[in-house]
Design a protein around this ligand. Structure first.
Ligand code: FAD
Length: 106
């Protein structure tokens, strides 16, 4: 079975990197692709308990894909939901771009 922590770190890197490079003004098709990707990802994620909880999160909080910042913040909320469950610090979502898009100021 996969190493759940290593899988998680690399998966969050992939997901936040997709958010970081998502268009600021996506077309309808790009928005549709992202919703489909998130839904399929949540069904195929190879940690079954993680996948179940991620699917429940998506059912409670529909993915927001109207813009890069919209999706980045939605994903930050999804990641924080897992952080809370695991007793990890909650991340300040106002800093998602600093962490994943621009890098820290100075
Ligand atoms: P990670 O949580 O992997 O975070 C990596 C980096 O992302 C951090 O160092 C930080 O810089 C940044 N970061 C942290 N929080 C945020 C945020 N909210 N927004 C933006 N950036 C942030 N593990 C389980 O044991 N049980 C589960 O049920 C579970 N479910 C998961 C569901 C999904 C969809 C994914 C992708 C992973 C899941 N994991 C689960 C794995 C878990 O979330 C962590 O990836 C793993 O525990 C390793 O944690 P970490 O401390 O290295 O940092």
């Amino acid at each position: 079975p996969p190493d759940v922590a290593a899988l998680g770190r690399s998966s969050w890197t992939l997901l936040h990197s997709i958010a970081a490079t998502f268009p600021e003004a996506p077309s309808r098709a790009q928005q549709g692709d992202l919703v489909s990707f998130v839904q399929l990802f949540s069904r195929l994620y190879p940690c079954w308990v993680c996948a179940d909880d991620f699917q429940s999160y998506i059912a409670r909080e529909a993915p927001r894909v109207a813009s890069r910042d919209d999706f980045g913040r939605w994903l930050c909320g999804a990641h924080n939901d897992v952080n809370r469950k695991l007793g990890k610090p909650v991340f300040d979502c106002d800093k998602w771009q600093e962490r994943w898009v621009t890098g820290p100021k100075d």
